[in-house]
Design a protein around this ligand. Structure first.
Ligand SMILES: Nc1ncnc2c1ncn2[C@@H]1O[C@H](COP(=O)(O)OP(=O)(O)O)[C@@H](O)[C@H]1O
Ligand SMILES: [Mg+2]
Length: 313
């Protein structure tokens, strides 16, 4: 199916039905074999192409306006994401995940380091990136359709053309029939669908998601995870997501990166070689269980080093 949003992804160079996978270990990194020796795994061999997102040595500090005190939120983080990859960052609350994502979005200016999308330096928001936050910030006086095309209109796309371009997105997020509704008449999940469509309609190269389903109830969250899985299947968008839900990270991602406690550094990185296309069924595989427990273990160990007794992720 081609809805005009699809990105080309290189074909797997080779595949294996049953494989034990071993990943190289970076200095100080724990060894993680997703080890499901008996579980079918598909491995995409590394394709030697330039990464879509390149972050080098990123440092983010905030200055307290009253005291002038500096807080380091992100410390020397380097991260590459290949085109078509779905990468998720998890970590303790307040460790610097949103700061990192906002910097990539161009909404937070880093103290130092470089960021590039498709080789182009990031120095502010740009049409190559779209962000979806936890809260769907829709314009209440605009219909679903007019909310979706708002970004295109701001870029000077004439309304009839913008509406035409939105058609495939409306189908993609399954809002057909609701185009003329106003946000107040939509459930939280439907509002977040509009938000997703609004992010996709501009055809960004990189989709940035910050806890996109955190405000939704458990069942709606599962539904939205399914939607995101099928949207990714169709579009093969490059995604960088932040979530505090470990199971969500494992279910959706090709790679899960655990940030250390603040200031955020890259901690352990997990390759999620569960077969695609995925559905919620993937949760019941031993490999899923294994990976989720491993990720939880890494986060738990950084939580135990925190001074506050509270354990929040
Ligand atoms: N705009 C800001 N001004 C000052 N400090 C901030 C700002 N945004 C975040 N911080 C601080 O930076 C740290 C990391 O925050 P954040 O990136 O939001 O963490 P996370 O998304 O992992 O919960 C926290 O200590 C937070 O208080
Ligand atoms: Mg956050």
């Amino acid at each position: 199916m081609n809805n005009g949003l699809a990105l080309e992804r290189p074909d797997p160079v080779w595949e294996a039905d049953e494989l034990a996978v071993h990943w190289p270990r970076a200095a100080g990194e724990r060894r993680v074999d997703s080890a499901a020796e008996t579980t079918p795994l598909t491995v995409l061999a590394a394709v030697p192409s330039a990464p879509l997102l390149e972050v080098r040595d990123l440092v983010i500090t905030y200055e307290n306006q009253n005291t002038g005190e500096l807080t380091e939120a992100v410390s020397h983080v380097s991260l590459n994401i290949q085109a078509g990859e779905f990468v998720t960052i998890v970590g303790l609350s307040g460790c610097g995940k949103s700061s990192f994502l906002n910097a990539v979005a161009g909404l937070v200016k880093p103290a130092s380091g470089t960021m590039k999308v498709a080789g182009k330096r990031i120095d502010g928001p740009g049409p190559d990136r779209s962000v979806v936050f936890q809260k769907a910030t829709l314009l209440p006086w605009r219909t679903v359709m007019d909310n979706i095309i708002y970004g295109l209109e701001l870029r000077g796309v004439p309304k009839p053309i913008a509406r035409e371009r939105a058609e495939s997105c409306i189908d993609l997020v399954r809002l057909r029939g609701f185009e003329h509704f106003h946000p107040h008449a939509l459930s939280g999940g439907m509002q977040q669908r509009v938000n997703l469509a609004r992010a996709l309609v501009t055809e960004p190269q990189l989709l940035l998601l910050d806890e996109p389903f955190a405000a939704l109830d458990a069942i709606t969250r599962e539904t939205m995870q399914n939607e995101l899985l099928s949207i990714w299947n169709v579009t093969r968008k490059t995604v960088l997501m932040v979530t505090h839900q470990i199971d969500e990270a494992v279910l959706l991602s090709d790679r899960v990166i655990v940030f250390s406690d603040r200031p955020a550094r890259i901690g352990t990185e997990f390759k999620i070689n569960l077969p695609r296309p995925r559905t919620q069924e993937a949760r019941y595989s031993p490999a899923f269980d294994y990976l989720a427990k491993e990720v939880f273990g890494v986060i738990h160990s950084s939580a135990s080093k925190r001074e506050e007794p509270e354990y929040v992720i």
